[in-house]
Design a protein around this ligand. Structure first.
Ligand code: NAP
Length: 267
């Protein structure tokens, strides 16, 4: 039996097990996807132990995405962003990838949204915003990052081609000319709130909300009300998992079975 899994802390509410196991079932694979919650100080032995046990692949989430960098050979994308969310143990040393970035690019591709030469606004400068910003830079978009803590937006933009930064107060001046708006803050998750005033949204926007609990956030509902195209956060989650599955197995992922498994647990 092949074993894949997720290391993070906490991982109790992760949707990766049902998503990956739906793929194994769909393709008739003899495989399991297991979650592990190691103590931070044990991370080094977790990676060497996983390799010794013959685990095929691990996803990595908070707080370990940087901690594992020293134990893997990074692919160029993971190297550049400085974070690993997928480890492939078929090489020695294992190879580290960042499929959060791939997940963002494939999300827009799935919805037929071109990123090249488009103008985007990203709200947020944490982990999700970082993946979104690197994806947009790779795809050739021009984008403005705004964040509650402006200095964090400035640090992120300074790492990237085509990026500028500012505070949330700039939204009224930058949104009218934007093609794409991305919420990469946690606003909308705990409470039914939006990081953007509804009157700033317009029909020419594509609005992607990285928040996936709930799927239909206030931002997405407000965007639909003005006729904007909307993309929910489950797509990014799906496509980072699809990319990890394809790295580990060399098989084409059964995207619709994985999507269904995710949405069954979110809707
Ligand atoms: P994070 O690193 O903790 O960053 C949180 C971000 O939200 C920061 O920019 C923070 O601004 C901002 N923020 C928090 N509360 C705010 C408020 N009341 N007003 C304005 N800004 C606020 O978190 P993360 O890992 O990036 O996650 C952000 C969201 O993305 C979460 O909902 C998470 O579930 C989601 N996410 C989705 C995916 C996916 O695959 N769809 C992947 C990863 C994360 P400051 O810098 O000023 O604190």
């Amino acid at each position: 039996m092949d074993v894949y899994g997720l290391i993070g802390n906490p991982v109790g509410h992760s949707l990766s097990p049902p998503m990956h196991e739906a793929a194994y079932e769909e393709l008739g694979m003899n495989a399991r996807y297991v979650t592990f919650e190691p103590e931070p100080e044990a991370i080094e032995s977790v990676i060497t132990g996983a390799q010794a046990l013959g685990i095929q692949g691990l996803n990595v989430t908070i707080p370990f995405k940087q901690d594992v960098l020293e134990q893997v050979t990074c692919d160029p994308t993971a190297e550049r962003i400085g974070a690993v969310n997928t480890i492939d143990f078929s090489t020695d040393p294992p190879t580290g990838y960042n499929t959060d970035i791939t997940g963002v690019i494939r999300t827009f591709k799935h919805h037929d949204i071109t990123l090249e030469d488009r103008t985007a606004v990203i709200i947020g400068a944490g982990g999700a915003a970082r993946a979104v910003a690197f994806a947009l830079a790779d795809a050739g978009a021009e984008f403005h990052i705004v964040n509650r803590t402006e200095s964090k937006a400035e640090s992120l933009a300074a790492e990237l081609e085509g990026a500028t930064a500012g505070g949330l107060s700039e939204l009224p001046s930058v949104l009218p000319d934007a093609d794409i708006l991305i919420n990469a803050t946690s606003v909308g998750m705990e409470e039914d709130q939006s990081p953007v005033s509804a009157e700033l949204l317009h029909a020419d926007l594509t609005v992607f909300d990285a928040v996936y609990r709930p799927l239909q956030t206030k931002l997405l509902r407000d965007a639909q009300a003005v006729g904007a195209k909307t993309i929910d956060g489950a797509w990014m989650l799906l496509y980072q998992g699809v990319a990890a599955f394809e790295i580990w197995t060399d098989k084409e992922a059964p995207v619709s079975a994985m999507n269904q498994a995710l949405r069954n647990r979110l809707e």
